[in-house]
Design a protein around this ligand. Structure first.
Ligand code: ZN
Ligand code: MN
Length: 492
């Protein structure tokens, strides 16, 4: 057993399967539906009946190219289909149609920001294939097979082993998920298995006089970001511990393996030795013609690419002065980001509009379990509320109530503020009176301030609250601040 201190470097690559957002399957016209009754979306092609012939889904190819372009990949002008043979009860043909040596999307790269550094992750390839069905293991012991999912278009993205920590891999998955959503190529709901991650992990180990590399473990089918991080962290430690016990546990000597992740226990478990490519007996599918991607088609898809999330986030921060966290929240989904751009284009003050989207409208959308963009309120009215609050007519608390009322009718923010009695009172005399009353009612606060001048922030905060209360919430906080500051200067 080796107990000396070690230098270790994890080496991690990722394979990601993304279900493409198409109406129909990859090679037949069956609908792609997540919750249809079992085996109701099937036909001779996806059931693998003899003699049934596959037909390529053009939309799936277009979506795959779109993702490939966003990952800076070369797109092949000539690509073909191959059979990847293996037996599994939920794969009735006994082979999967995939792409072997001529993938649709070739080498590319994707940059992620890790703190202040930009980390370039090389993409080895991204190819099209079909999903398998689902085996449902009954608690009573039997197994049922549902083939609705069989033949669903999948994009498999493969990175080079460019990650050196679980955190980096995790960050990439989060960023890739956001990209996929922005591109609209998949719904990417991980709970539905629409995006699945498979890290390949091994570790380079150096000690005083040994240099070793552990065998690769492929962790299958992770369907959350947290699982990606935890599974990789666990397996890195496991591999180092195994090597300490057994110096023969090195690549080339010990076999590579497939492992499953046990989420309840936070550990990975041995499944089977890892297959090598030759085990699959890949050969060109004789039922499908190779695919030519014309320059003209490629140009058209490229022209339809939206602004990508990382660039868009930068723009929101630099052009509109948003905080990084507000920019990130707005970019969580593309339709919300589109709403923001629209509202700003209509002349709304960007900062206030962003805060209202993040703090008010997202909350209202959440309460109603609907996307923000689907709330029954137009961009014009969103812009109107931002401008109204920015003018100082109402305070932020009032804005919440007005926003809620806006969902139930088409009165303007000004009309609502008026009818709900929320307009701020700009009257200096009235405000001055509230200031003086609050001071007279709280002599202790003033005394406190005389003996502890450092408490200025806490005490004025308290007094502001008292003044706002006296005004019934209608005083303009800005005016209150000015008048209070002036009066305190006179009194102290
Ligand atoms: Zn079918
Ligand atoms: Mn695959």
């Amino acid at each position: 057993m080796i107990t000396s201190p070690l230098q270790t470097e994890p080496i991690i690559g990722l394979e990601i399967h993304v279900q493409l957002r198409t109406e129909t399957k990859m090679f037949c016209g069956c609908p792609v539906r997540f919750d249809a009754p079992p085996n109701s979306c099937v036909c001779p092609v996806c059931l693998g009946h003899p003699g049934a012939l596959p037909v390529i889904n053009k939309r799936a190819v277009a979506l795959a190219i779109r993702a490939g372009l966003a990952l800076n990949c070369d797109i092949a002008s000539f690509t073909k289909w191959d059979r990847k043979s293996y037996y599994y009860p939920d794969m009735p043909k006994n082979y999967q149609i995939s792409q072997y040596d001529l993938p649709l999307c070739g080498p590319g790269h994707f940059d992620i920001e890790v703190g202040p550094d930009v980390h370039r992750i090389r993409i080895r390839r991204a190819h099209l294939e079909e999903d398998a069905g689902k085996s449902i293991h009954e608690p009573s012991g039997g197994t049922l097979v549902d083939l609705n999912r069989a033949g669903t278009p999948l994009l498999e993205i493969v990175t080079e082993p460019d990650f050196h920590s679980a955190e980096q891999a995790h960050m990439f998955c989060v960023e890739l998920h956001r990209l996929i959503l922005h591109l609209g190529v998949s719904e990417a709901v991980m709970k539905k298995g629409q995006m699945r991650f498979e890290p390949n992990v091994n570790v380079r180990i150096c000690s005083d006089n040994v240099e070793a590399t552990t065998p690769i473990a492929e962790i299958k089918n992770l369907n959350s970001f947290k699982a990606v991080r935890r599974a990789i962290s666990f397996d890195v430690e496991r591999q180092i511990a195994t090597w300490r016990e057994d110096p023969q546990y090195v690549k080339g000597t010990a076999p590579s393996e497939n492992r499953g992740y046990n989420d309840d226990r936070g550990i990975t478990e041995f499944q089977r030795p890892k297959e090598a490519a030759h085990d699959y007996r890949y050969f060109p599918d004789p039922d499908l013609r190779p695919l030519n991607v014309s320059d003209e088609w490629l140009t058209r898809i490229r022209a339809e690419l939206p602004e990508l999330p990382i660039a868009r986030e930068k723009r929101l921060i630099e052009q509109h002065g948003l905080s990084p966290s507000d920019a990130r929240t707005i970019l969580t989904d593309r339709t919300t980001a589109d709403v923001f751009d629209e509202v700003v284009a209509l002349g709304a003050p960007a900062g206030v509009a962003a805060k209202q989207l993040v703090n008010i409208w997202s909350q209202l959308a959440n309460d109603r379990a609907t996307p923000l963009a689907a709330l029954p309120v137009s961009a014009e009215r969103l812009a109107a509320l931002a401008a109204f609050v920015d003018s100082g007519a109402v305070n932020k608390t009032a804005a919440n109530r007005i926003a809620e009322a806006m969902l139930d009718g088409d009165e303007s923010p000004a009309q609502l503020a008026e009818s709900m009695g929320l307009l701020q009172i700009q009257d200096t005399d009235a405000t001055q009176a509230w200031v003086d009353e609050a001071l007279a009612d709280n002599p202790d606060a003033l005394e406190d301030l005389r003996t502890h001048p450092k408490k200025i922030k806490a005490v004025t905060g308290f007094l502001r609250g008292q003044i706002m209360k006296r005004s019934g919430g209608k005083a303009d906080p800005k005016l209150v601040g000015q008048l209070l500051e002036k009066r305190l200067a006179e009194l102290l």
